[in-house]
Structures are given as C-alpha cells and as structure tokens.
Write a protein that binds this ligand. Sequence first.
Ligand code: URA
Length: 452
Amino acid sequence: MRMYDIIDKKKYKKKLSDEEISFVVEGYTKGSIPDYQMAAFLMAVWCNGMDEEETLSLTMAMAHSGDMLDLSMIPGTKVDKHSTGGVGDKTTLSVGPIIASLGIPMAKMSGRGLGHTGGTIDKLDSIPGFSSDISDERFIEIVKTVGFCDAAQTKDLAPADKKIYALRDVTATVDDYSLIASSIMSKKIASGADAILLDVKCGNGAFMQDRESALKLAECMMNIGKLAGRKVNCMITDMNEPLGKTVGNSIEVIEAIDLLKYGFDSHKVDKRYSDIVLYVCRELVLMSDVFKDEKYNDMTEEERMNEAEILVRGAVDSGRALEKMKEFIAAEGGDSNVVNDESLLPEAEFKYEVTFDRDGFLEGVDTKEVGMASLILGAGRLKKEDDIDPAAGIRLLKHLGDEVKRGETFAYLYTNKKESIEEAKQRLLKAYRVSKESNSTKNVIIDILRQQ
Ligand code: URA
C-alpha cells in the first residue's frame, strides 16, 4: 500500500477500505508517513468526507493505536460522560459523586483546557494534593472501591488522535464531522466504559455553533457507538452563555460542591447548572443497570425517568453525594476538607469588581470572549505547555435576560496578575450586548437523543 494512492483515492471521492485507513493511522503514529502526506490526506477528507464505515474504521484504528483500558473486572455497566467543551462547564465534578453514590461505577478520563475552553483535569488539580496522573491499575481500583474516578488521559491512550489532532489544528482541518466524531469516540472507546453519555455543546462558546450541526455530530457519534458495540446517548445543550456562575478552576470546584451541599433547588445554586447536572445524572441512571431487574419490566419510559430523577435528587438531599465527593477527592490524593472549608482551595490575591456601564437587559454574550477574559486573568492556556493559575477566574452575577443597571456590580475578576485586570475587564464588558427590553432566555437542555 502507498500513502500516495490513498490520498489520490480520497481526492477523487472514492471510499477507503478498513485496511487503507488502518495503514494511514498506523503509519502516521509510527512516523513512517510524514506530516505533509498526512496533511494532504486530512484535507482530502475535509473536502470529500467519509461515510459511516470509513468513520468507524478511523475511530477504531485510532482507539487501538495505544492502550485499551479493560474495565471488565469491575462488575456491572460502567458509565462515562463527555462534554464537547465550553466555558464554565464543571458538570462532571457534581455528576461523578452523585452517580457513584447511587452505586453506579463511573470511569472517566478527562482533558485539560485549551484556548477559551476549560478542562475538568485543571479544575480538579486545583484541589491541594489532588493528582489526576494515576496508573491504570489505581484507576480501576478507585472505580471499584469508590465508584468514581477521573484521571488525566495518559499519553498511551489513543496516541494517534493526539498526533493527528495537533496536525489538524495547524492545517485548518479540525471542523469536519467525521474527524471530530472519530477523535472524541476513539478516546471514549479506548477508555473502556460500556455506556457513554455525550453532552454536545451548541452555541457561540462551543465547537458546534447551531442545533443542526450539533445534531449532526451527535448522530455521527451515536452511530459510531452503535457499530462499536457501546451504548451511546447524547444531550444537546446550550453554550450561548457560560454555564453556571463561575469560569475558572478552584472557583468552579466550589460551585460544583455547592450543588451537592445545597441541592438542586437552592437559590444558592445556578438553575442552568443544576438543570444540566440533573438531566445528565438522570440519563446516566437510565443507561446503567439500575432498572435492569425484571421487576422494572412493566415500567413506562416516563416512569423510569421520574424514578431516576427521584434517585438523583435523593442522593443529593441525603448528603450521600457530598460524602462521595470527599471519598473521591481523598482517593486521588486530595485534601477532602475542601468540601467543608473552601478557604483551603487556592485564592487569588486580587479581586476586582466589574460594574456595568449601561442600563438595560443582557441580550447576548460572546461566550468565547468570556473564556478568553478568564484566560487573560491566568485561568486558561493558549498553548498546551502554558501554566495556569488555579485561583484565577470570573464570577458572573448576571445571566442573559437579566436586568443590569449602570454602576451595578455584574462580575468579579480573580487573579494573581494585577496587570491583567484592565484587559480582562474590557473584553468582558465588550462581550455583552445590552437591549432596552427583556428577551426570553433559552432552555439549557435543547435535545436528548437515545440509542434505540
Ligand atoms: N474534541 C476532541 O477531542 N476532538 C476534536 O476533534 C474536537 C473536540
């Protein structure tokens, strides 16, 4: 087989075989196919697309390019969740302990933040002592004993995706459905869970800008899941404003803990955030073994959904989920006292109040810009190798649709870099559009798609 012939075939919109796709992935990962040929191949795929079979071949070749985690020694259906990324998305931090406290094993590998998007591992690493860098054996042991583990993706997990993604990033070939779907699904399949819930973010802070493209990506990933023998369901959720009240790392950990502490309906908890956590948990319960017993056979779908919601609410209201959060933090080496005492988490030296300069109603926000303002304060990274400041970030006091008055506090900026405050403030204020009249706000849950 020659790489030249494979590129030529894709250039003329011909279908590639499983062997040809494996040849490309293996060759590029090992270094026998150079960047220039792979770049030409990716552009041919971007222009001419891949069908379902080709996309599955690509996914499986990337998944098998490194370690495949075997979770079979953990009894029952192992669940996982994944978000396609956004601003202020700390959902996993609340969901993991809730799900584990219901006796459902959740085995999750997460990534770090890049550009305007945050990463769960950065948020967890802000907890003193916490280490997300753990061996596969320890990962399995924690899922077995605690019920939830969240570890950083190792370099041996789908290494082909890592190399190909870096090349896509500099050759304008990131935004292709088959390439995105196979990239996400290769990592999920290699991570070993049986049932995966994908939260496909949609809006101006996300990869997918509108509902149609989010649905197309969701369907593509569900199809890969089905062909690969994994249960995959999807939620499409709104990312036309940051999720919750905080954007950063330690401040997002506090917000996630607060949900477990005060409950879904507390005025101290952001409604859009609690809605997402509730729905993600409900869907994970439905995908788990909870209703597997024969006695549930007669239950309607609606009854199952109601029952699942009761279980999820019960886990939080009883305090079991909060206890599980402590257990999970301690298992990964962190100081579990942060759950009772937030002052143990990194705190920024400078806190700056941002007031609004106009009267009106918040009509729209450039969510990416809020992520970038947080990055400027130190909470994010432009390049993979950049350091982040766990204490930096933004607390937002207003949502879209809310009334704002000139001179009223609208956000707090946290940073250890005093010189970053002015730029972050200007970018934050510029990101918001204000109108004279109140507009209706969007529901955070847009669609739920379940595999038949
Ligand atoms: N996230 C991934 O892991 N891969 C992509 O291609 C896009 C988003």
